[in-house]
Every structure is written in structure tokens, then in C-alpha cells.
Design a binder for this molecule. Structure first.
Ligand code: HEC
Length: 185
């Protein structure tokens, strides 16, 4: 009994000396729920936009909706974004920690291309960070693949003159969701 108590106290101290309310497992579960909502909402918005106004119209929707959905999920100490080694929007460029994780994702996927999803969490106490792979699906190729149509390419070049996010193949690592938590624990 004594050992168990010591273990619990040490565990609490490790994660938060002052208000041990949230542990890493809970933060990870919260992060995964946010990723699921982000992915599902954005995919829905994209499909609707493509069906209603075509791909070129959907580029504008992606430009506005992706950051808007990320902002909606960035509450209560969380910040949510997407990033990649090759970005379309320079605002999505990775920081050092994200770049390292993306390198690790990319190396792991090169060895095991069929891996459905890889996750990474920060090991230091604060802030809590979480990343999860985004693979290139069939519907992504129209705007991120090797055979992007001329009108889509023209619209992309116009809006994103530094676009690096074409040339991906089905199943390639496109990027990652990246979340950070700096709220109370
Ligand atoms: C209609 C065109 C279109 C389609 C289809 C599309 N994207 Fe994008 N994607 C964009 C645009 C435009 C941006 C830049 C958004 C911004 O300005 O933040 C982008 C950005 C991204 C980013 C953020 C990193 C970066 O490059 O700036 C990721 C990750 C991404 N897309 C993944 C996907 C995935 C995965 C799919 C398929 C499920 C997909 N996209 C489908 C147009 C598209």
C-alpha cells in the first residue's frame, strides 16, 4: 500500500507539482479527439466545396476553412495546427521540434509504408505536445499529386507562389497534425 501511494505521489509530482489535475494520458486522449474532429470537419468542408464549386473553388475554402477549424479547436490552453516538411502555406512551416518529429515519421513510413498512423508526444513536462501523421489519400491528389490539372495549378501558383506541396503519391506522408497544450494541469 505504501509503495502504491509513493508511486502515485511521484507520478503526480512528475507531471505537475502544484495542481495535479490532468495527466499525460488524458492530454493525449484530448489531443486525439481534437485531431479526429479536425480531420473529419475539414474533409467534409473540402468535399462539399469540391462538389459545389469545383477544385479551384475548394482551394479558397481550404485556405479559409483549415485555419478557421484549427482556431475553433484552439481553446482552453490548446493550439492546433497542420504542418509538413513541404508546405503549401509558409505559415504552416514546422518549428524545430515538429521538423524532428516529421523526420521520424518520414523515416518510419519509409520502412513500413503500410503503417496507418504514427503518433508522437513530447517527453518533457511542459508544454505538452502531440503530433500525428496525415497520409495522402485519393481525394488529396487533385491538389497535392503529380498530375494536378492546369487550372488548379494556376490557382495554386497564384495564391501560393512558394507552394512545395505537390508531387505526392497515394499513401505518402503529406504532413501532420500538431497540437500543443499550455493550460493548467
Ligand atoms: C481543393 C484542393 C485541395 C485538396 C483536395 C486537398 N488540399 Fe491540402 N491544402 C490545400 C490548400 C489550398 C492548402 C493550404 C491551406 C492554407 O492556406 O493553410 C492545403 C494545405 C494542406 C496541409 C497543411 C500543410 C501545408 O502544406 O501548408 C496539409 C497537411 C494538407 N493540405 C493535407 C491534405 C490532405 C491529407 C488532403 C486529402 C484528404 C488534402 N490536403 C486535400 C488544398 C487542397
Amino acid at each position: 500500500m505504501k509503495t502504491v501511494l509513493v508511486g502515485l505521489v511521484a507520478g503526480g509530482l512528475l507531471f505537475c507539482p502544484y495542481a495535479p489535475a490532468t495527466n499525460t494520458a488524458q492530454l493525449k486522449a484530448d489531443a486525439q479527439a481534437k485531431v479526429q474532429t479536425f480531420a473529419k470537419t475539414l474533409k467534409g468542408e473540402l468535399l462539399t466545396a469540391i462538389n459545389q464549386g469545383g477544385l479551384v473553388n475548394a482551394i479558397d475554402v481550404c485556405n479559409l476553412k483549415a485555419p478557421a477549424i484549427a482556431a475553433q479547436l484552439s481553446t482552453d490552453g490548446w493550439s492546433v495546427k497542420r504542418t509538413a516538411l513541404r508546405v503549401r502555406n509558409p505559415a504552416n512551416a514546422p518549428d524545430d521540434w515538429e521538423r524532428n518529429v516529421l523526420d521520424y515519421f518520414s523515416a518510419t513510413m519509409a520502412k513500413q509504408p503500410a503503417t496507418p498512423s504514427i503518433q508522437a508526444t513530447s517527453v518533457d513536462a511542459a508544454p505538452f505536445r502531440y503530433m500525428q501523421t496525415i497520409k495522402t489519400g485519393q481525394m488529396c491528389l487533385a491538389c497535392h499529386g503529380s498530375n494536378v490539372s492546369a487550372d488548379v495549378q494556376a490557382a495554386l501558383t497564384k495564391r501560393y507562389p512558394q507552394d512545395q506541396a505537390t508531387g505526392f503519391k497515394l499513401g505518402d506522408l503529406r504532413g501532420a497534425f500538431s497540437l500543443q497544450y499550455e493550460g493548467p494541469r
